[in-house]
Design a protein around this ligand. Structure first.
Ligand code: UD1
Ligand code: MG
Length: 454
């Protein structure tokens, strides 16, 4: 049997006025990613699956985000906001291509999972024309109510049109639906706007399907998964649900979280094995933490790669573009940005390392600052392997500190410092032979050789 093709249309043309924000609603973040991005990544992806996003007329930023998150997405503009069915028909051109399954989702429902999309598609395989995602609402106010008879969905009644009796029903429309793709357009074109709000309701599709003697069904899910975001309070609730999910997944994958409820993760955080995260750590988007690394308390990390067995914090700030090699150590009150620190580098206290490349096994003493900004532009600091930077040194970029160079405490370095050939050789030997003991021996020998030279 060949797999069924699909088109997912994500409706995101709403104003989101209740967020009271200049930022379009679906661009607000949860776990470091926009609401829209969560939905786009849950939607079916890969061969045979296509994606369309319907945006408002002045929301170019939403269309950009859609294309960035899913380069396969096509975008459509709904020029007037006349209801959910009208919004879906903005993507008429994509729907007319006739995928087997047409899925509809809302851009402001970020907790929806890929499995739920698949569960919703299953009834279509068995001949249903429409499957609607439903949930039992603790407080159903505002939602469309699902009318079910003999296990089949007969009608969805919107809050504004519901009788007092119907409003007591707690089984609600989550907003996610799956249509038989070939029949979808003829159904959607029959939807009118004769209701209390004068809008084209997507929910009227159920009545039309039934009228034509076809089958509509409900697939149920939990309320948590289909929380729609309309206000900042709901955004915060969704964040908390998402964080709970991410922490659980991290623990299940073998990450040690000493106080999980105090650790904030991003939806795209990647962990190796045997990673430990101490209490009160914030991880933003784009972070990879490799095997055996330890993140100590009160560290803040965004867009960074933390190498195997590296150690970060307490109180470290790793900003975008940081890359730590194996066994590198970043201590308290150290900030890094656009900096590659190779294996074994130590920056243990009170330093700023920005726009820099630091070679393997170099040691940056307390208070080392890369002065990367001259008031006009940013410049790079390059430090070779095995260099030693004494405490309280300012490296005024652009500047290159040679491999094995030894910078005395309190230096202000404005000119390039050459390699220390002897140290380079010893460093290479150390790298070849490896091992901390051998490294200590080399250091002692280097010191002795220096003493002899001077
Ligand atoms: C909708 C459903 C309701 C369901 C609820 C779940 C309809 C008629 N009602 O109601 O049954 O319980 O969602 O949260 O479908 N949108 C557009 N263009 C429009 C109108 C809406 O793009 O012209 C988008 C919005 O951006 C949003 C989604 O469609 O992503 C839902 O619109 P919204 O106004 O929030 O619908 P609800 O009244 O919540
Ligand atoms: Mg809504």
């Amino acid at each position: 049997m060949t797999a069924r093709s699909s088109l997912t249309v994500v409706l995101a043309a709403g104003e989101g006025t209740r967020m009271r924000s200049a930022l379009p609603k679906v661009l607000h973040p949860v776990a470091g990613q926009s609401l829209l991005s969560h939905v786009l990544h849950a939607a079916p992806n890969g061969a045979g699956n296509s994606l369309a996003v319907v945006v408002g007329p002045d929301h170019a930023a939403v269309a950009d985000e859609a294309r960035q998150q899913r380069p396969d997405a096509s975008t459509f503009i709904q020029r007037e906001r006349l209801g959910t069915a009208h919004a879906l028909l903005a993507a008429r051109e994509a729907i007319a291509r006739g995928a087997d399954d047409l899925l509809v989702a809302f851009g402001d429902t970020p907790l929806i999972s890929a499995e739920t999309f698949e569960r919703l598609r299953a009834p279509l395989k068995n001949g249903a024309t429409l499957a609607v995602l439903g949930f039992r609402a603790a407080d159903p106010t505002g939602y469309g109510r699902l009318m079910v008879e003999d296990g089949k969905l007969t009608e969805i009644v919107e809050q504004a049109d519901a009788s007092a009796e119907q409003r007591k029903i707690t089984l609600c429309n989550a907003g996610v639906m799956a249509f038989c793709g070939r029949k979808a357009l003829s159904i959607l074109d029959k939807i009118g706007n004769a209701n209390n709000k004068g809008e084209y309701y997507l929910t009227d599709a159920v009545t039309i399907v039934r009228r034509e003697g076809l089958e509509a069904v409900v697939i149920e899910t939990s309320e948590d998964e289909v929380r729609g975001i309309n206000t900042k309070a709901q955004l915060a609730e969704a964040e908390s649900v998402m964080q709970a999910k991410l922490r659980k997944a991290a623990l299940e994958a073998g990450v040690t979280l000493i106080a999980p409820e105090t650790v904030y993760l991003a939806a795209d955080t990647k962990f190796g094995s045997d990673v430990t995260i101490e209490p009160f750590v914030v991880i933003g988007p784009g972070v990879t933490i490799e095997d055996g690394a330890v993140i100590h308390s009160f560290s803040h990390i965004v867009q960074a790669v933390i190498g195997k067995k590296a150690s970060v914090g307490p109180y470290a700030r790793l900003r975008p573009g940081t890359s730590l090699g194996e066994g590198a150590r970043i201590g308290n009150f150290v900030e890094t940005k656009a900096a590659t620190l190779e294996a074994g580098v130590k920056v243990n206290h009170l330093s700023y390392v920005g726009d820099a490349h630091v070679g393997a096994n170099s040691n940056l003493g307390a208070g080392t600052i890369t002065c990367n900004y001259d008031g006009f532009s940013k410049h790079k600091t390059l430090i070779g392997n095995g260099a030693f930077i004494g405490t309280n040194s300012s490296l005024v970029a652009p500047v290159k500190i040679g491999a094995g160079a030894y910078i005395g405490s309190g230096s202000v370095i404005t000119k390039d410092v050459p390699d220390d050939a002897l140290a380079v050789e010893r460093n290479q030997q150390t790298n070849r032979e490896g091992g901390a003991k051998r490294y200590r021996e080399m250091k002692t020998q280097t010191k002795a050789a220096r003493a002899k030279e001077s």
